[in-house]
Design a protein around this ligand. Structure first.
Ligand code: ADP
Length: 253
């Protein structure tokens, strides 16, 4: 089974998204798509007069922003992706973590004075339920929203959703996890788009973090990637959005 995560910049760009979904359609076998949408949420919030607050590159989800991300991720982005996949002949089913109770989380506690608001840290992915869906020939399309089991939706990082989903399915399937985004892979020189690191180990990662080569959104992405490899996900690849055939990008070892 292949789990593909689509980065925020691709979701924003109708043409690139459409191409990515064609490539996704071409992947053989069972598959799951996980999408972000942070940039779109920021735009819609702005139109509503709601300020986007960030902390260490991550969103602070206050009560107003939680309503925005629920609408944008669970509605606008998710349903458009589902419709586009249907037009490709894929029987897609859009899901948040609350739907069929597929992903439970808890509100991230305030740590060292850092308060991310209604951000959910994943506790459990219901791999059985996801398998039941997939085995019917349905392709889940997952929005980066989870629930706490007490009636509350929580905003959850899409990279984390992809990794946790891949980990839960690794009990049943050989899983390939692909993070697609706007660069060709993890770069050894962030200013040189062609400096793709073909294979990266935990040791390399620590070294690149220490010298500042790897930073920003790539940090949690790689943390999630290594966690997936450690938990039995067969293959994790970070690659360009129009190179998700498993033959390009950076392999996480
Ligand atoms: P997504 O597009 O999946 O939402 P993020 O924006 O969270 O991803 O993280 C990817 C970003 O990480 C890239 O757009 C890039 O700006 C940044 N980045 C930092 N260091 C690197 C690196 N060494 N190689 C590639 N990208 C890097």
């Amino acid at each position: 089974i292949t789990v593909v995560k689509v980065g925020g910049a691709i979701v924003e760009d109708k043409e690139r998204l459409s191409q990515l979904l064609k490539d996704f359609t071409a992947i053989e076998g069972k598959k799951i798509l996980v999408h972000g949408g942070g940039r779109r949420a920021t735009k819609v919030a702005e139109a509503l007069g709601i300020e986007s607050k960030m902390l260490n590159g991550r969103r602070i989800t206050d009560a107003d922003m939680l309503e925005v991300v629920t609408m944008v991720y669970g509605g606008l982005v998710n349903k458009n992706v589902v419709a586009m996949l249907q037009s490709n002949g894929i029987n897609a089913l859009g899901l948040t973590g609350a739907d069929m109770d597929v992903i439970r989380s808890h509100k991230r506690p305030v740590r060292n004075g850092l308060d991310f608001g209604y951000a959910g840290d994943v506790d459990h992915v219901n791999g059985f339920e996801l398998r039941n869906i997939i085995e019917q020939g349905i392709t889940p399309v997952m929005a980066p929203l989870t629930h706490d089991g007490c009636g509350n939706i929580l905003n959850t990082n899409a990279d984390t959703i992809a990794a946790e989903t891949a980990k839960a399915l690794a009990r049943f399937y050989e899983v390939t996890l692909i993070y697609s985004f706007e660069k060709k892979g993890v770069l050894s020189n962030p200013d040189d788009d062609n400096s793709v690191i073909p294979v990266i180990t935990r040791n390399d990662f620590n070294k690149y973090v220490a010298d500042g080569t790897i930073a920003g959104g790539m940090l949690p992405k790689l943390e999630n990637a290594f966690a997936a490899v450690d938990k039995g996900v067969k293959q994790v690849i970070i690659t360009l959005a129009n190179a998700i055939d498993g033959k390009h990008g950076t392999i996480i070892k």
